[in-house]
Design a binder for this molecule. Structure first.
Ligand code: SAH
Ligand code: DHB
Ligand code: MG
Length: 230
């Protein structure tokens, strides 16, 4: 099996199930034009996020790692009237592109981009109190994934869903001796998932136009946890 094959199948299925869409296509074009990396979720992955948000009947969604807002558009479109998405982005240039893309998608009043390192902007969300989030998508830097998961456990309602992107990383996740902080981050996340009796968690290995990677899925079955100490 080759990358060429994975991409061909992704394009075939994507054309059927995630066909061209003016706002999504424009968001990707603007992301590339701004010189940002081509690491947005794929169209079929975006649709999976949307499907999962609908499955938990999400009214409030939190995303870590906005980039150009491509995954945010997929997720925000799953919301019912009055629903809300907050997305956290460290890079102000990325945030500006994302805001323009969300506005073009007609989501300016639904989606809010908060600028700053997520660990600096998460405490305010916890301090704000309920209503808590129904879905949290972790897609910022991977080194802090375990810390982000702890915050997600303090912000996601019972019955809600926590999703983390890029947790297989071409199989590198099995390298316990890796000095790559991204690998240690995804390993710390999978350990935290395994140790948490309050989530029903699994990891789905994926191939496609983005190569070989994986998504962690954790349904919150137990009580919410208190936020991490600062
Ligand atoms: N979710 C996007 C892709 C996100 S790429 C999509 O699929 O469309 C990862 C993003 O996380 C980048 O924009 C990067 O600037 C941002 N990021 C990196 N470190 C961060 C941090 N500590 N806090 C918040 N965002 C961060
Ligand atoms: C990277 C980050 C992502 O969120 C992704 O989906 C793919 C790659 C990266 O930092 O390399
Ligand atoms: Mg990602």
């Amino acid at each position: 099996m080759t990358q060429e094959q994975w991409s061909a199948v992704d394009h075939y299925l994507g054309a059927l199930l995630a066909p061209p869409d003016a706002a999504l296509d424009a968001a990707l074009e603007a992301t590339v034009a701004a010189g940002m990396p081509a690491i947005s979720v794929s169209p079929l992955q975006g649709k999976l996020l949307q499907l999962l948000a609908r499955t938990v009947q999400a009214r409030r969604i939190l995303e870590l790692g906005t980039l150009g807002g491509y995954s945010a558009i997929w997720l925000a479109r799953a919301l019912p009237p009055g629903g809300r998405l907050i997305t956290l982005e460290a890079n102000p240039d990325h945030a500006a592109v994302a805001r323009a893309n969300l506005e073009r998608a007609g989501l300016a009043d639904v989606a809010e981009v908060r600028v700053g390192p997520a660990l600096a902007t998460l405490p305010a969300l916890a301090a704000q109190g309920p209503p808590w989030f129904d879905l949290v998508f972790l897609d910022a830097d991977k080194a802090n994934l375990a810390a982000y998961f702890r915050w997600a456990r303090a912000l996601t309602r019972q019955g809600g869903l926590i999703i983390a992107d890029n947790v297989v990383r071409k199989g590198a996740v099995i390298d316990a001796t890796s000095v790559d902080p991204n690998i240690q981050g995804v390993r710390a996340l999978t350990a935290a998932l395994a140790a948490d009796a309050g989530v029903l968690a699994t990891v789905l290995q994926t191939v496609g136009s983005k190569g070989y990677d994986g998504l962690a899925l954790a349904l919150v079955t137990g009580a919410m946890l208190p936020p991490p100490e600062r």
